[in-house]
Write a protein that binds this ligand. Structure first.
Ligand code: HEC
Length: 118
């Protein structure tokens, strides 16, 4: 009986914790599914999952959109090549992005040409 009381007390705790935690983002607004069952959900901070066109944009899309949206790039101020190179290195070394050297160079050139300054 005592074990059951402890078990049921533990079962209640997570529910209370979830209810008491304020939502980290504004409530997701899903359009009501009227005629079709298609629902659109705007993800927080998701401005886009596409890069601007340009040489190397496909390579960047392949490696840089697996963890976050392109907004992480497009909301940066124009960065020079050294800064974009440092950014790509940070993604690889600090966050573990698996990008071969050759493709990393292509991405740095693309970012500098498209989101950079010389
Ligand atoms: C393995 C996951 C992963 C991949 C792949 C990845 N990133 Fe990131 N990126 C992160 C994380 C984690 C952050 C930090 C998020 C935060 O602080 O909210 C971040 C943040 C950023 C930022 C914001 C500035 C900063 O330094 O925090 C930029 C710009 C960025 N990434 C660019 C890129 C580019 C360009 C690529 C492709 C070369 C890339 N990311 C690939 C995980 C990744």
């Amino acid at each position: 009986m005592k074990a059951l009381a402890i078990a049921s007390a533990l079962a209640v705790v997570p529910l209370v914790a979830v209810a008491a935690t304020p939502a980290p983002y504004p409530a997701v607004k899903a359009k009501p599914a009227a005629a079709s069952s298609k629902v659109t959900i705007a993800m927080p901070g998701d401005l886009s999952f596409q890069f601007k066109p340009g040489a190397g944009s496909q390579v960047a899309a392949t490696y840089c959109l697996t963890c976050h949206s392109s907004a992480y790039v497009s909301t940066q101020p124009p960065l020079d090549k050294a800064h974009w190179a440092a950014e790509v290195t940070k993604m690889r070394k600090a966050y573990g992005a698996a990008i071969p050297d050759k493709d990393a160079e292509t991405i740095v050139d693309y970012l500098t040409a498209t989101y950079g300054k010389s």
